[in-house]
Design a protein around this ligand. Structure first.
Ligand SMILES: N[C@@H](CCC(=O)N[C@@H](CS)C(=O)NCC(=O)O)C(=O)O
Length: 109
């Protein structure tokens, strides 16, 4: 099952502390199939991340979109941990499950 990774456009930043790379690397390392949708990277460009906002009610990246249209967003370290634990798809179809945006990211954040 392929997923879509909505991530920032700063693809050249491959440092451990970079949130989007942390999650992309976890997908890669786990051999998961994914496509990338690049989103504007700068905070002042947030409002242009329209799909991200539709999915999560917020603008924070990275976000994983499943084939069923649900999305997964938490702190990137937690996302990477879940991916590496082989649990990415647990609850993926459940709107009350991991599909929700992280609670500390108020809509519009
Ligand atoms: N603590 C968050 C930080 C997320 C974050 O800063 N993501 C970057 C992209 S790698 C971003 O969205 N930057 C632009 C912005 O803050 O609007 C996490 O680890 O998930």
């Amino acid at each position: 099952m392929a997923v879509t990774l909505h991530r920032c456009s700063a693809q050249w930043v491959k440092l451990d502390g970079h949130p989007c790379w942390r999650v992309e690397k976890a997908l890669k390392d786990e051999g998961l199939e994914y496509t990338v949708v690049l989103q504007p990277a700068m905070p002042w460009q947030r409002k242009r991340r329209t799909r991200v906002h539709e999915l999560t009610g917020a603008y924070a990246l990275p976000v994983i979109e499943f084939e069923n249209g649900h999305a997964y967003r938490e702190e990137s370290a937690d996302m990477a941990k879940r991916i590496r634990a082989g649990k990415l798809f647990d609850g993926a179809g459940d709107p009350g499950g991991i599909a929700d945006a992280a609670p500390d990211e108020a809509p519009g954040a």
